[in-house]
Unconditional design. Sequence first.
Length: 454
Amino acid sequence: MREKIYNYMILNIIFKSFAGTLCLFAPLLANAQPGLPPVSPDIEQAVARITKLTPVIKALDAIKASGVSMFEEQVRINEIPAPPFKEQARAEYYLKKIREAGLTDATIDKEGNVVGMRRGTGAGKGPKLVVSAHLDTVFPEGTDVKVREKDGRYYAPGIGDDAAGLATLLTMLQHLNQSGVRTVGDILFVGTVGEEELGDLRGVKALFRDHKDIDGFISLDGVGLGRIVNAATGSHRFLVSFKGPGGHSFSAFGLPSAIHAMGRAVAKIGDLVPPANPKTTFTVGTVRGGTSVNAISGDATIGIDVRSNSHEELVKFVEKVMTAIHEAVADENNRWKARAQITVDIKQVGDRPAGSIPPDAKIVQAARAALAAVGAGTRSMQASSTDSNLPISLGVPAITLSSSGQAGGSHSLGEWYAPVNNTLGVQNILLLSLALSGVDGVTEPVLDKRPPRP
Ligand SMILES: [Zn+2]
């Protein structure tokens, strides 16, 4: 596989991402974003100064040369299954890799997150920055996660989301440590559990419970360099269980059916119209139930996901979904008028807070300056539902960035990734982390030290 990857990448290297040309582009690109506030000269200068340091130039060059081995690592990570709530094997491997990269102060916390500390020279006076990627995938146990190449695309569930982020983070750490560059602030390297699906951000929630002194947070999630997520799409998720008497399809005919009630509910929910702005969405993502084709079903369960960029709209729309469910149950019971009735049990299994940080927040400005410095620029500022939801809701500066490369089919079995300029994202997160944490004797941290949270 190695040769194939290498040939493919050579053909596709079109960016001039070597350090020598970096600083020339930086001010130009960072400020050339229509509709975005200008990046402050202080932050641009900090990034420019860091970019000119000899050990940083060497690190950026070494990163650029590491595209093949980095992608091989991404494949290895991906081929260790990490279904929701079953991230342990991948976590252990990741812990081993970050220890090998020199983070001796690293462990798996009680929730299952991999957490490794790289101390700064500020002896706790500098800011504490988290850079993270998520260990889990959306795919259930038993999903084939082996990577297969076809026409330059590497297919495997999870390969972009978020094996790419994990490989990017690890590669950054390796080169940061090799460079010997000392930061003023502490950097916590984290592989989180529970980002996807019913994990409900359990990893990042635990991280912020255990560490009251985090001053900034970056998640590397998915693929598409130049995307900055500064707004958190909130979501509420529910498991809705319909229960009934059940019975023989012929001899017990006349009893209400849990599956029929569920079907009515799905149809009613499907007809709801959410506001386009602020964007609000919904889907019934899973259905299961019944025991036999010739039985009136006694149970059926659906999983519902409702999302919005506004907390208010989220709550309003959830209310409509609940009404639809109760109407569906009443309709099914009225249809048969039997003594035995359908009941419904609604359990909330997901609660991701909504919120946003302003587009002129220092962490956003620094991210834009770093993106400009690697020649990528800021392609979009957007809302999404990621690990950053939690810190954003706590008022901690947080953004979600993406890895470089090309990808498609995220959250589907047809997910693919192509390692085109795959090291640009590593260069980007290196420069950004250095700027936010400050380089000892060279720049002040861009990130402010905050009072610890209660
Ligand atoms: Zn993801």
